[in-house]
Write a protein that binds this ligand. Sequence first.
Ligand code: G1P
Length: 293
Amino acid sequence: MKIKKAVIPVAGKGTRFLPATKQIPKEMIPIIDKPMIHYAVQEAVDSGIEQIIFVTSSGKTSIEDYFDRNMELEGFLEKNGKENYRSLIENIGKMTEVLTVRQKEQLGLGHAILCAKELIGDETFAVILGDDLVIDSNPVTKQLIECSQRNDNGSVIGVMEVPPSDTNKYGIVDGQYVEENKTLKMDRMVEKPEPKDAPTNLATPGRYILSPKIFKILEEIPKGVGGEYQLTDAINILAKEDKVFAHIFEGDRFDTGSIKGYLEATVEFALRREEYSDVMKDILKRKVKEHGL
Ligand code: G1P
């Protein structure tokens, strides 16, 4: 089964990045030369996704504009002989089809996903949380789609091992392995359990392949942890009625929702970019000396 649509929630306030986010969406803060949201959309496109649904809120229109054509800028760059930049800008405008739906109140991730119900219809779909970037030669959403295809087109939650003390930051899964050390048939999922209550240390950084059956559950669940409608609670119920798997994905993950993760991603992404790798190595070497690290 081909998975064509991805939901990317972008309605959050980005308080951890204030004051930058006073006037621009956190998704538009750049890592090197591209806004953070570019990397999440690129992951979707590289995974075969054809349509992106942004669940958005007021003050976020620059995200849609970024993925639109900008004929005036393209014309300006062409006139000034800047063909490289012109084609770069054109390609971003042609990257994918974008639809948006408003989340009028921020009532949690579960509520955000429910807002996309009409635009998804009756199809299995992907969810990508742009606060977490994962880099691998095989994009993480593609890894999950392939896992779903190997396992009866079931829903799949992307998970990674975290230190046991960190379980209260994530949705944590539990289940039985069906593919050695890689895929579990999920029994349950718990939102942000304290370490002593966590069934495992397998956490999702926000990558999901979900059956459209999730919408009916999302309509009925009560508020959960933090007084919000939690996607995790709906997935926990889905696992009792339908096939849900958890897949330990390959790749390096960066929590770009935090300043620490953002700084780390900036350094790492520069080291991985051919044109900036040597520059970043020089900076790091100099700074280590200057600061006596
Ligand atoms: C959300 C989800 C959580 C997931 C996390 C990944 O939490 O509810 O299950 O592990 O994203 O970043 P949030 O970080 O929005 O509180």
